[in-house]
Design a binder for this molecule. Structure first.
Ligand SMILES: Cc1ncc(C[n+]2csc(CCOP(=O)(O)OP(=O)(O)O)c2C)c(N)n1
Ligand SMILES: [Mg+2]
Length: 350
């Protein structure tokens, strides 16, 4: 395996703590009715996004579904901007107009936050196509749930990504349930990763509760994609400790099942690994945790005192600035040769 340029693991543990404490506090603020609309928590799944982000560059593209708080925080969106978005405030990462399911941070290349199951997977393929078209060496990471894999859009997207050999990693966050439906009841596959094989996309199953395994595998794949663009598929076996959304009593699973996965907590695991290796003391861990809690409390204060978006911005930002007005001339065509090589399926040339 290629040696991995590793981000500091203690720093990544503290990021996982920030994500965990952020969502615990968001849950509390939701119950206090400071947050409205839908709200889906990622608690239990932190090693997936943290491990994946630790393995890519800051200019790589990230896109995900509606369980998106962790993806934004891991990408570097501030806890202030994330909490303010949950509160529907103007200082939020989507100007308070998106809410929990629509976090967006263009500067950090986090392209949502999408509520419709699997609808963002074709968008991700478009982003990967743009990378190849512009002859860049970026990679797109597309996160989605196990519930996305039976949607038509998902299949169309995988087919194109394979035909055009696009630089994209499909990351299935298999937390075993889509709302209250077990993956065993919804999917006629022995294992989800088999979906990729049908499209001739290399795939692997990863222990999504293990930060190091996630990071090392994503790093290895991203490295090979940068050398020669191609799609890849990772099935991350993970588990969400909370219900599907805030109103879900999660009666479709047993207490024993939940307890089994709680014993495998990704934060506890990385902490234990670092402690065993003499890289982290209990006092240091407590300090990291205290800091995470303080950051989140400060974010709540920031969100509370931030203004609501002005009413007259309600219809703003629906289309990008500079979007074409009806009747305006088409943009200049790219050079013929470049267009042809990008558009020709089964070619590795950019
Ligand atoms: C096209 C579509 N159908 C149904 C829904 C309602 N819905 C919201 S979340 C969800 C389950 C998706 O589960 P999964 O993809 O496994 O993601 P997870 O919630 O487990 O992260 C469904 C069916 C939707 N948002 N979009
Ligand atoms: Mg799921």
């Amino acid at each position: 395996m290629q040696p991995v340029e590793q981000r500091d693991e203690v720093e990544m543990l503290s990021l996982m703590l920030l994500i965990r404490r952020f969502e615990e506090r968001a849950s509390q603020q939701y119950q206090a009715q400071k947050i409205g609309g839908f709200c889906h928590l990622y608690i239990g799944q932190e090693a997936v996004v943290t491990g994946a982000i630790a393995a890519v560059r800051d200019d790589d593209y990230i896109i995900t579904a509606y369980r998106d708080h962790a993806h934004a925080l891991a990408r570097g969106t501030s806890a202030d901007a994330c909490m303010a978005e949950l509160f529907g405030k103007e200082t939020g990462c989507s100007r308070g107009l998106g809410g929990s399911m629509h976090f967006f941070d263009r500067k950090n290349h986090m392209y949502g936050g999408h509520a419709i199951v699997a609808a963002h997977v074709p968008l991700a393929v478009g982003m990967a196509f743009a990378i190849k078209y512009r002859a860049e060496d970026r990679v797109t990471l597309c996160f989605f749930g196990d519930g996305a894999i039976n949607q038509g859009a998902f299949h169309e997207a995988l087919n194109l990504a394979a035909l055009y050999k696009l630089p994209i990693v499909f990351i299935c966050e298999n937390n075993l349930f889509a709302m209250g439906t077990s993956v065993k009841r919804s999917t006629s596959l022995r294992q989800i990763v088999d979906r990729a094989e049908g499209y001739d996309i290399p795939g692997e199953i990863i222990d999504g509760m293990n930060f190091r395994e996630v990071r090392d595998k994503v790093a290895e794949i991203v490295d090979s994609i940068r050398k020669e663009p191609h799609p890849a598929f990772l099935e991350m076996r993970t588990y969400r400790y909370r219900g599907h959304s805030m109103s879900d009593p999660a009666s479709y699973r047993t207490k024993q099942e939940l307890e089994k996965y709680r014993l495998d907590d990704p934060i506890t695991r990385l902490r234990a690994q670092l402690t065993r290796e003499g890289k982290l003391t209990n006092e240091q861990f407590d300090l990291l945790d205290r800091r995470a809690k303080e950051t989140v409390l400060a974010a709540v204060k920031f969100a509370e005192k931030s203004p609501q978006p002005p009413l007259d911005t309600l219809y703003d930002y629906t289309y990008a600035d500079g979007a074409m007005e009806p009747g305006s001339p088409m943009p200049a065509e790219p050079a013929q040769e470049r267009r042809e090589s990008a558009l020709s399926p089964n070619t590795n040339s950019p």
